[in-house]
Structures are given as C-alpha cells and as structure tokens.
Design a protein around this ligand. Structure first.
Ligand SMILES: Cc1cc2nc3c(=O)[nH]c(=O)nc-3n(C[C@H](O)[C@H](O)[C@H](O)COP(=O)(O)O)c2cc1C
Length: 156
C-alpha cells in the first residue's frame, strides 16, 4: 500500500492497520494467574490510562483469546512496560509457542508471580469492569500498586 499518498482512503481492515502502524503506540506485557496457577501473558499496544482520580488503566483484548478469557476471570493482573533493552525479551514472549510463554521467556519474579522485576514500570490492577466492543473487550482495571525504576519505556 502506498502510505505516502494523501488521498482519502476508505477505512478497511488493511488501511486501518497500515494507518495505525504510523502512530506511536505503547507496548506492554499483560499477565495474570489462571485458576490452575499457570501464568498467562500477552503483548498489547491498546493500553491507556483512564483516570488519575481513581488511578486506572484500560486495555482492549480480542474476544476468545486465551489472554482475554484469563483476564476476564482474574481478579488481579499486571500491566508492565519495558525499556528498549528488555523489549527483545518481551517480543520473544509474544512469539513463543508454548502454553506458558511467560515462564519460557524467563520473566516471572522470584516467586513466579506475574509481576515482572525487569519492567521499567509495572502496574498491579484489579479488574473493575469490561465493555464489549466489536470483536474486543475493553477491560478497565483500578491500579492498586506501582513499581517503577529509572528506565524510560519503549514505544513502537
Ligand atoms: C506488538 C503487539 C501488540 C499487540 N496488541 C494487542 C492488543 O492490544 N490486544 C490484543 O487482544 N492482542 C494484541 N496482540 C496479540 C496478543 O499479544 C496475542 O497474540 C493474542 O492475545 C493471542 O494470544 P492468546 O490466545 O495466547 O492470548 C498484540 C501482539 C503484538 C506482537
């Protein structure tokens, strides 16, 4: 697709994806514990602060994915942002085929919990509510605790 053209394009899946690739987006790792104690994680870029009055974060997750199902059942989950040095590991998480990608990438903390010590900033969230949005759920979480270091986070 010729993305240098200024012509008006009809919004389709392809043109929308191509346009969004031109927009700077955050990238975060979402992780929660499933009922069988396994940790589920996925990479997301649809992550955004919602309110500071009630510190809260929103994320949009595709319906039917394992991560979406797990977060909708979890009481708490972690949203972690990484420095560019750590981002390579994060992308290995995204690419890993294993059921437990999170452990495979060596990211759990010393207790094996989904709080990532290598994150530049990590937010522990309590799931508040969710809204159906086409083939996604927008999930809102109240931020309960924050862990931050000196590193700046990655934007893609
Ligand atoms: C850079 C990047 C950003 C992504 N952002 C999202 C997102 O915002 N929402 C989403 O549902 N999936 C997103 N995905 C896809 C998920 O990481 C994951 O592949 C998807 O949840 C399916 O895996 P699962 O069934 O194991 O959860 C993204 C993937 C990548 C590589």
């Amino acid at each position: 697709m010729n993305s240098t053209s200024r012509e008006l394009l009809t919004a389709t899946e392809d043109t929308f994806k191509a346009a969004m690739r031109l927009v700077l987006q955050p990238v975060a790792l979402l992780a929660c514990e499933e009922q069988d104690n396994r940790i589920t994680s996925c990479v997301v870029n649809t992550v955004f602060p919602v309110s500071v009055e009630v510190p809260s974060i929103g994320v949009s997750l595709e319906c039917g994915t394992r991560s979406c199902k797990a977060i909708l059942e979890a009481e708490k989950y972690w949203v972690s942002f990484f420095s560019s040095d750590e981002s390579k590991r994060m992308h290995r998480v995204a690419a890993a085929a294993s059921d437990d990608r999170f452990s495979e990438a060596g990211l759990p903390d010393e207790r094996g919990l989904p709080m990532m010590t290598s994150a530049a900033v990590a937010f522990e969230c309590r799931r508040l509510t969710e809204f159906a949005a086409f083939d996604h759920f927008i999930i809102l979480g109240e931020v309960l605790s924050i862990r931050m270091g000196e590193d700046k986070c990655l934007s893609v």
